[in-house]
Design a protein around this ligand. Structure first.
Ligand code: AMP
Ligand code: MG
Length: 424
């Protein structure tokens, strides 16, 4: 056979290539149809709300800032007293943040004021301290004053009654601050999505124990924990399950009993006893099985019905190979979890970059090569692969800051070609 294959892994993947496998885009759309966001809600203390999803709109109970405040250190004045910009004014008191000026303003007077301090009644402007000369309790202006200058107006950030945050919003650091600025100590969010994870494989040992010949450490469960950690979900860690049909079945049913979503790794490839596929057909439904992507096929998506539990759980059977776990999670599972949590995930951030190294690729599947993208001194984005791209080379994920996304129809990529990179 005449071919340009250079390695055994090329041969294997070519052999493995299945024209009936679903495309990445189709698979995403397919999963999407099955995702109905959870409806349960709870009220949580604001300090625990990070990455949770707002379950109701937040309407501002007040103006932010609540009153007019000084934006500068300087002197609060009446602009009518400062028309020339050369006037002298008498300092009659002071206003500090948290300690307002209690007296009353008079013509030709001013009040020493600090950033964040309340603007005294009858003052309408603040002169920066850099724009005056101070002699005793007299200031001489060096500059004319524009009425209203250097004042943070009540409501200039948020107006009382305004929609501040909408239902479905992820509560990130900024939202935590915004909610606190409104005086709210609690927030109404959707309940946490419960996500059960387990690994499968007789060869797996847990970190911290010693390895027998032929064993490897279970890394996938830990990558998954890391991937899930920032999503505001509850992780139910079910450990490692042996490649035994009865034990697996029980594990899948237990997981479905407790969780909204089950994510497993391993045990879905054609080469090994594909119990999971059979079990899924038995206790739920297999929605699809293969995706035309590399790494990451096969990937199973289905549902599991667990006894008396209302509704079925989503099941993602990720491949066992560690890189494939991360790629499939990021391409399919992450967004699905966010949608189930009531959010509307934004598409991954991508840009076009010049690929500085050639890449071998077989048309017929989308490839997610691990890359390092950077910007040259003259502003051009360039990317190179992290090197060896086998789906067991987990260090490639650690080195990478992006995926180089090579579309289905594309073949070999010559050095210098523009490619799409997706930031991780
Ligand atoms: P499988 O999909 O079960 O055939 O696994 C594919 C490859 O991934 C095999 O080399 C497994 O040993 C490896 N693998 C499966 N599960 C894990 C895991 N949890 N951690 C690390 N490697 C794994
Ligand atoms: Mg296995």
């Amino acid at each position: 056979m005449k071919s340009n294959l250079t390695s055994l892994s090329d041969l294997n993947t070519l052999h493995d290539y299945d024209p009936n496998a679903m495309s990445v885009e189709q698979a995403r759309a397919f999963i999407r149809q099955f995702l109905t966001p959870i409806t349960g809600q709870e009220t949580v203390p604001l300090h625990t709300a990070w990455q949770r999803t707002l379950a109701s709109d937040v309407i501002s109970p007040m103006h932010i800032p609540p009153h007019d405040y000084s934006a500068m250190d300087g002197y609060a004045v009446r602009a009518v007293d400062c028309v020339q910009g050369t006037e002298t004014l008498k300092i009659i008191g002071s206003s500090y943040a948290g300690h307002m000026f209690e007296g009353s303003m008079a013509k030709g007077a001013c009040v020493r004021i600090m950033t964040g301090a309340l603007i005294p009644d009858d003052c309408d402007s603040v002169v920066m301290q850099e724009h005056v000369t101070v002699v005793g309790d007299i200031i001489m202006l060096n500059k004319s004053v524009r009425a209203g200058q250097n004042i943070r107006r009540a409501g200039e950030d948020i107006q009382q009654g305004a929609l501040v945050l909408a239902r479905g919003q992820t509560i990130r650091a900024a939202e935590m601050g915004v909610l606190a600025s409104l005086g709210l100590s609690e927030v109404q969010v959707y309940r946490k999505l419960k996500v059960a994870i387990f690994s499968t494989g007789d060869e797996l040992q847990q970190p911290g124990t010693s390895l027998l010949v032929g064993q490897i450490y279970d890394s996938n469960r830990f990558t998954l924990m890391g991937l899930l950690a920032g999503l505001g979900v509850e992780i139910i860690d079910l450990g490692n399950i042996q490649d035994d049909k009865a034990i697996l079945k029980q594990a899948m049913l237990d997981a479905a009993q407790q969780a909204d979503v089950i994510i497993t790794s391993g045990g879905v490839s054609v080469g090994e006893a594909d119990y999971i596929k059979q079990l899924l057909a038995e206790i739920g439904e297999v929605v699809f099985w293969k995706i035309a992507m590399k790494p990451g096929r096969p990937l199973a998506y289905g549902k599991i019905n667990a006894g008396d539990k209302i509704g079925s759980s989503h099941f993602f059977g990720l491949p066992g190979n560690p890189v494939a776990v991360m790629v499939t999670f990021q391409q399919f599972v992450r967004d699905a979890l966010l949608i189930l949590t009531g959010q509307q995930p934004k598409p991954a951030f991508t840009l076009q970059a010049r690929c500085t190294s050639p890449i071998k690729k077989i048309p017929g599947r989308t490839e997610f090569q691990r890359g390092v993208v950077s910007q040259t001194a003259d502003g051009e984005w360039t990317v190179q692969t992290t090197g060896e791209q086998g789906s067991g080379i987990l260090s490639s994920m650690s080195k990478a800051n992006c995926f180089i996304v090579l579309p289905v129809a594309l073949g070999d990529v010559a050095a210098g070609t523009m490619v799409e990179v997706q930031f991780i």
